[in-house]
Design a protein around this ligand. Structure first.
Ligand code: F6R
Length: 605
């Protein structure tokens, strides 16, 4: 959370910072600010509540030239959304931006006697004052002394008043990537801000300090000795992070799913079987475990629930799914025989990272399914399976979900094969059916007008219900999450059989109920539940397979997906659920890509 950018070089720093902030806005968008050395080497600070566009407009009045500065777009943790609480924060000779949480900020406020000095309510300003009080003219030394004082997570970019043209950065947990490019030295919380300038970058190692000047970028290890950065190459270009003619990133990303699935599956096919040789995941990881534990948050966790429904009956070993923020405070029943699969688009979600570290401390092998190359979870897990979805910019996750599912299905299939639950022919058949979901998704994308039409009813209501059984229930959870996060319609997902135990009391005349009935063995049961809500006046939106036979009068709106096998219906169903949420948000004239209170990449607990 919070977007961070820093620049030192020959070009117009203000322009680079503001453009970078626009690229990073999905990380937080309640206020934004920049600070830079002006022509007289004084630091100018400009910060404003609202979106980056607001800041840009405000900055247009300053005609000064700058070549070194820092910029921040905020997702508030400590303190309201006000100009004062926006970053950068200034304390004496120090100006800094911060992403993360300084947990001991109260103790620091007391021990450094900052009460009365602080101008904002933020933990970040406290860190700025502590740094200033440790500063005696040597930035590296002051930062080095600051780090042991801090508890929590942070990435900082810092300017020192008497060191014009220089920018310092350091991080713990919260991400930072940096690069020296033909345009100068750049650092950011996220690759999307670097990609217009370079494809080669390095991840700032935790606890190491980076110094950026117009001429070079230097990394110092914990002993303050210059260290060699480990450069990585990004495999997508700036076009992937642009809307490219689509009105919203979310719609673009929904459309990108078939391609993303191809990119994730095809390189991992060898002689018709899933193959992880290039990912350096040996079969022994799959052969020896006696249970699988999946850990993730939000949409990624929902992907885990769908995978569980595939893996457990197929492998005949326990497959458990946990919410990362719960798992990390439990005493999980895992050991060296468990395979822990963590799923994270960003690879930075703090709870998922902490849960993974906990699993490692129990001796379990960890396999991470991650989209962002070089992210912390990817680097710390024992094994990593990258999904190749390209950057996901819309806050509501779409393509990341379907590629996570594809990766999990590949794992499930390989595990079944190496454990003797699938013959090689059965594994090949499974994989070829997995590939068949791609045209099924394309079909549903092509029929997006159906969702557009049905939301007319939906958006007139403040509540909606998603029901299904088995896998369809897992899809319902994701459908409800998507709808509430971008349309602000209160949406509940219920196991259809559970309705009668309380929730059905909420069904009144015209209540929207989205019923998912794609699983053969419970189809008639779900249809009975649909009858029950229909009898109480519900407006039923029914999602079934093409060939489903039923009384058409049951549904007020009926969407049929191509006839894929039950385990694969999640892929076309996901497209429908995403489009329902998208058009509902659009129909209510809301900010589809940047819904209120949310931000991409949850790097605070
Ligand atoms: C919902 C959404 C979130 C994320 C969750 C985990 O649309 O995007 O629920 O899925 O915050 O994020 P990652 O996958 O980055 O760990």
């Amino acid at each position: 959370m919070c977007g961070i950018i820093g620049y030192s070089g020959p070009l117009n720093a203000k322009k680079i910072l503001l453009e970078g902030l626009s690229q990073l806005e999905y990380r937080g968008y309640d206020s934004a600010g920049i600070a830079y050395f002006d022509t007289d080497s004084n630091i100018r600070l400009v910060k404003k509540t609202g979106k980056v566009a607001n800041l840009k407009e405000y900055c247009s009045q300053f005609k000064d030239n700058a070549h070194c500065g820092i910029g921040h777009t905020r997702w508030a943790t400590h303190g309201d959304v006000t100009d004062q609480n926006a970053h950068p924060h200034q304390a004496g000779k120090v100006t800094l931006i911060h992403n993360g949480i300084i947990e001991n900020y109260r103790a620091l406020t007391d021990s450094y006697h900052l009460e009365g000095t602080l101008k904002s309510q933020t933990d970040s300003e406290v860190a700025a004052w502590v740094l200033d009080s440790l500063y005696e003219g040597n930035p590296m030394e002051a930062i080095r002394r600051l780090l042991p004082c801090l508890e929590g997570s942070y990435s900082f970019c810092i300017l020192f008043k008497d060191h014009p043209g220089e920018l310092y950065a350091v991080r713990s947990v919260s991400p930072l990537v940096a690069a020296y490019t033909r345009s100068g030295a750049l650092i950011a919380s996220d690759l999307t801000a670097l990609i217009p300038y370079t494809r080669r970058y390095f991840v700032v190692p935790e606890g190491q300090i980076v110094k950026l000047t117009p001429y070079q970028i230097t990394l110092y290890d914990k002993n303050q000795v210059p260290a060699q950065p480990e450069y990585l190459e990004v495999n997508w270009n700036i076009d992937s992070a642009m809307k490219n003619g689509f009105p919203h990133f979310m719609l673009k990303e929904i459309y990108e799913q078939p391609e993303a699935l191809r990119n994730t599956i095809l390189p991992r096919m060898s002689r018709g079987l899933p193959d992880f040789t290039d990912d350096q995941i040996p079969d022994s990881v799959f052969e020896t475990c006696n249970k699988v534990h999946v850990i993730a948050c939000g949409t990624a966790m929902h992907a885990g629930m769908v995978a569980r429904a595939l893996m457990e009956p197929l492998l005949r070993i326990p497959v458990t799914v946990s919410i990362a923020s719960e798992f990390r405070y439990e005493e999980p029943l895992i050991d060296g025989d468990a395979l822990v699969i963590v799923i994270s688009q960003s690879g930075e979600t703090i709870d998922t990272l902490a849960a993974m570290r906990l699993a490692k401390s129990y001796g379990s092998k960890t396999l991470a399914i991650v989209n962002v190359k070089g992210s912390t979870i990817a680097r710390e897990s024992d094994y990593t399976l990258y999904t190749h979805a390209g950057p996901e910019i819309a806050v509501a996750s779409t393509k990341a979900y379907s590629v996570q599912l594809a990766a999990l299905y590949l794992i499930g299939c390989r595990m079944a094969y190496v454990r003797g639950r699938y013959s090689s022919q059965e594994a090949c058949d499974f994989l070829s059916k997995l590939l068949d979901v791609i045209p099924a998704m394309e079909t549903m994308i092509g029929r997006k007008e159906e969702e557009k039409a049905l939301v007319t009813h939906l958006i007139q209501h403040s509540d909606a219900f998603f029901i299904g059984r088995g896998r369809d229930y897992a899809f319902s959870l994701e459908g409800a999450l998507k709808l509430k996060e971008i349309s602000y319609i209160h949406a509940e997902a219920y196991a259809a059989g559970e309705l009668k135990h309380g929730t059905i009391a909420l069904i009144t005349d015209q209540s929207p109920v989205i019923a998912i009935a794609t699983q053969e063995h419970v189809f008639s049961k779900v249809i009975s539940n649909v009858r029950e809500v229909k009898a109480r006046g519900a407006f039923v939106i029914l999602l079934t397979k093409q060939s489903a036979v039923m009384d058409e009068s049951l549904a007020d709106f009926h969407i049929r997906i191509p006839d894929v096998e039950d385990v694969f219906t999640v892929f076309p169903i996901a497209v429908i659920l995403q489009l329902i949420a998208y058009y509902a948000s659009l129909g209510k004239n809301l900010d589809v890509d940047q819904p209120r209170n949310l931000a991409k990449s949850v790097t605070v607990e």
